[in-house]
Design a protein around this ligand. Structure first.
Ligand code: KIV
Ligand code: ZN
Length: 517
């Protein structure tokens, strides 16, 4: 079977989605999970774009060992040098350098002639090869480029030392037949194409990213790029879990293998959703809540007689475990620690103790603790950053009655360590909480989206709230969980403020009442 390399760009192209703003600890957690998932290459970020991205790429490069770690660079010396500084500690340093090749991008964005673009690309690749043993060159907006021009520029970047050639459908305009034909054309016309790896990178604007990626593989691509849950700018990128499972389930037809650890799909998807705040649509293929639910009577009847009547993928295949946990409120710290290790978490003693305390609190209120609950609990500890300037919720109190004006009072620990108490009214309980917390922000706040879902099943399930805010025009997504949805909503709103704060380091709050902590 032909091997297809999986290039994951959740932390670069995926993180470019509006409102997603992961900190270094969160990116590192995702990268470690992508390593378990079996991604061949992890694109950890764009080192020259910000000090935060640089730091994250460097930490990931120094930590991840079983996947190649790469970073994105524009075709300029300073970007390549910065990327080298971030990536030099990696097991196999790899650079991804790109330059646009379509007429519209060259004329309006780059304001360069095609000849100039060829020269810049060649110089960038040559310079990158001075540092990096492997260099991927991407022709941004390749699909809308002139095919003969693509052949010319690719011929030259291969001579300059590129080891991987990526052909992105940057704006998601391609159809499978056309995208496949472009790969076939390049395979037949580029000199030395067999010495390099050809890669596909598809966006999902017309809903065809996965189909286009597979068409590219059928026509010679040996690497496919995408993100977990298909997150990314606009309509997102090709969803890697869909590609991996499609190639697995239909290996009879395609005959390709990816080396992806399918058992890690569910957990990888959950982690990315949890940390980015991007909720997975219920009917999303492979990882949606309803992907394995059989509703209609006829389907249920057939399924009960023989699962295969209506089920082509089992939840077990993607690591969606259904067995109950043997952990409850009487479990000891030892069993809890074992469970953390089995689930792949490496928490230090302090974090483990904290997680155990949270677990005990939850077990007091919830009859059955599920693996999903534990996953959220462990992840929250794992990503807790000690020295970041954040607000922490201390207390939230809401007065609500059908005949009263809802009023919320919130106490939060400020980044300085002081406790601030604020209060406000609203048309409903949630609005009262949000109006209260808005007083912590100096800028103009708009609520773009707000959702509450349950984690797992049952009336005592944890509630997860996601709040999408715009603060002075900057979008910030916050997310958190609690057993009470009002508490989860308050924590999610604070989380959005915290993320904004970390990004902009902007001054916050007009204090109302301050007391000593
Ligand atoms: O979509 C695209 O063209 C990209 C490049 C930077 C590879 O993401
Ligand atoms: Zn892209």
């Amino acid at each position: 079977m032909r091997r297809i390399d999986i290039f994951d760009t959740t932390l670069r192209d995926g993180e470019q989605s509006a409102g997603i703003n992961l900190n270094t600890a969160e990116k590192l957690e995702i990268a470690k999970q992508l390593e378990r998932f079996g991604a061949t290459i992890i694109e950890a970020g764009f080192p020259a774009s910000s000090p935060g991205d640089f730091e994250a790429v460097q930490r990931i490069a120094n930590t991840v060992k079983n996947s190649t770690v790469t970073g994105l660079a524009r075709a300029m010396k300073s970007d390549i040098e910065t990327s080298w500084e971030a990536l030099r500690g990696a097991e196999q340093p790899h650079l991804h350098v790109f330059l646009a090749t379509s007429p519209i991008h060259m004329e309006y964005k780059l304001q360069k002639t095609p000849d100039q673009v060829v020269d810049i690309a060649v110089e960038a690749v040559k310079y990158a090869r001075k540092f990096f043993p492997t260099v991927q060159w991407s022709a941004e907006d390749a699909f809308r480029s002139d095919w003969e021009f693509l052949v010319r520029i690719i011929n030259q970047v291969i001579v300059a030392g590129a080891t991987v050639i990526n052909i992105p459908d940057t704006v998601g305009y391609a159809t499978p037949k056309e995208y496949g034909a472009l790969f076939k054309f390049l395979k037949e016309n580029v000199t030395g194409i067999d010495k390099v790896k050809l890669s596909a990178h598809c966006h999902n604007d017309l809903g065809m990213a996965v189909a286009n990626s597979i068409a590219a593989i059928e026509n010679g691509a040996e690497q496919v790029e995408g993100t977990i849950n298909g997150i990314g700018e606009r309509a997102g990128n090709a969803a890697l879990e869909e590609i991996a499972v499609a190639l697995h389930i239909r290996k009879d037809f395609y005959g390709f293998e990816t080396g992806i650890n399918l058992q890690e799909i569910k957990r990888t998807s959950q982690l990315v959703s949890q940390l980015t705040g991007v909720v997975i649509q219920p009917n999303k293929a492979i990882v949606g809540k309803n992907a394995f639910a059989h509703e209609s009577g006829i389907h249920q009847d057939g399924y009960l007689k023989n699962r295969q009547t209506y089920e082509i993928i089992t939840p077990e295949l993607i690591g969606d475990k259904t067995e109950p946990l043997a952990l409850g409120k009487h479990s000891g710290r030892h069993a809890f620690k074992d469970r953390a290790i089995t689930m792949g978490f490496e928490l230090n003693d302090e974090k483990l103790n904290q997680a155990f305390a949270e677990f005990k609190k939850l077990a007091d209120r919830k009859k059955e603790i599920t693996e999903d609950d534990l996953f959220v609990l462990f992840t929250d500890q794992q990503i807790k950053y000690k020295d970041t300037p954040v607000y922490e919720l201390k207390n939230v109190q809401v007065q609500y009655g059908t005949a009263n004006i809802p009023t919320a009072t919130v106490s939060a620990v400020e980044p300085s360590g002081e406790v601030i108490t604020v209060a406000a009214t609203g048309a409903g309980s949630v609005e009262a909480i949000f109006n209260t917390l808005e007083q912590l922000v100096t800028g103009e706040v708009h609520i773009l989206d707000y959702r509450v879902t349950s984690i797992g099943k049952g009336r005592d399930a944890l509630g997860e709230a996601v709040v999408n805010l715009s603060i002075d025009g900057e979008v910030s997504i916050g997310r958190d969980v609690a057993q009470d949805v009002l508490e989860a909503s308050a924590k999610a709103y604070l989380n959005a403020i915290n993320r904004h704060l970390m990004k902009t380091a902007s001054p916050v709050r007009a204090a109302v009442v301050t007391e000593s902590n």
